[in-house]
Design a protein around this ligand. Sequence first.
Ligand code: 8YV
Length: 308
Amino acid sequence: MASRIYIAVSSFARQAPEPLNILKQSGLRVDINTTGRRLTKEEVTGNAKGYHGIIAGLEPYDAQVLEALPDLKCISRCGVGVDNIDLGAADKKGIKIFTTPDVVVQPVVELTLAMILNLLRKITQQDRSMRGHQWQRMIGSQLAGKTVGIIGLGRIGRKVAETLLLLGARVVGYDVHPDRIWAEGCGVSLVDFDEVLSRCDILTLHLAAKAGDHFVLSSRHFQAMKEGALLINVARGAFVDEKALLEALQQGHLSGAGLDVFQQEPYAGPLSGCPQVVLTPHVGSFTQESRVAMEMEAAQNIIGFFNR
Ligand code: 8YV
């Protein structure tokens, strides 16, 4: 009997039909989330019951959900973060997890750069002002010569560093297991966490998203940063204390933030009322090119697993 696959990603195959076609052609029986949005815990348990494989987005797969899905053998993430999956529980139940770590790098790097340049040149603020029929020129500042601090030097953090260096920025970085040879080769200064905070003009977070992570940027961290510094977070909302960030912005200690991810998504909190914040709705990897590549890879991973 053909294995049954549930595609929980509501936007799956919206950009191109191939990912869905290869699943069907491989003989798997496929159903898709038609709600048009991220599923709740209850919906995952209800909708995915009886399926052997799931192509997953960011909906939750905690121990309780996995327990309620006894037929599940494989979760193929369309993305790289696994903070929505209880890996320990999955391992105990023998559920194989796949991710798509390489294709998300370029779009996330580009969004990071877009956030930095937008904030430095106040693009969104001036756009808003012009829509209010004002001709108000706001002085910007340049990236070249600025020090960018990167927390997390995995695939994405390293590529962000390399791109920024090409544009004339200086880069200081921190990672628990840094690649010293890489850092030396490209001119990234590896320093401890506190030194990243105190030296950078712009701080950008690129930590891996795993369930049970406890790193949170809080008010003492913001206070340790330079007056007027910028924060970029395109990694995960859980890494930033949003209340403390709002205070640091309102006090003028930080001069701006670029946020793509939030503690609670969809986000509709007070940071949206802050003029010096640029917000996007978790679109780090959401480009035409990378969505198709991610979906193809997620589909191939699950096909490979069931047709082995
Ligand atoms: C995806 C992400 O859009 O890769 C990740 O972890 O957060 C994003 O690239 C998300 O996983 C939805 O598929």
